[in-house]
Design a protein around this ligand. Structure first.
Ligand SMILES: [Zn+2]
Length: 103
């Protein structure tokens, strides 16, 4: 009977399955950990200055809400806010500058 041969290939099959399962699990844990870390950071960093971790205050400037740091006076703009501030006139230097970063 060729039982030993078939059980050997079965062992190999299951060993391979196990290794792949383990690899998938490790990858999943890695992704979940990264996601969890990101969520934690997001909570800590919310309305904090990315430069000095000071408190950000929302101020209204020319009709656009911008975030200003109470400590270092840095100003942070959300997507689209700089475009709004730049206005729409042709040849505007800020608009030309923004055009460089268009995805
Ligand atoms: Zn700051």
């Amino acid at each position: 009977m060729s039982k030993s041969k078939s059980s050997k290939s079965e062992d190999e099959y299951f060993a391979k399955e196990d290794a792949e399962k383990k690899k998938r699990l490790e990858q999943q844990i890695k992704e979940e950990t990264a996601e969890k870390r990101r969520e934690e950071l997001k909570e800590i960093c919310y309305l904090k200055c990315p430069k000095c971790a000071g408190d950000l205050n929302e101020i209204l400037f020319r009709g656009v809400k911008i975030d200003k740091c109470a400590d270092c006076n840095g100003v942070w703009l959300d997507d689209g806010e700089l475009t709004k501030l730049a206005g729409s006139e042709e040849g505007n230097i800020v608009r030309d500058f923004l055009g460089m970063f268009k995805k």
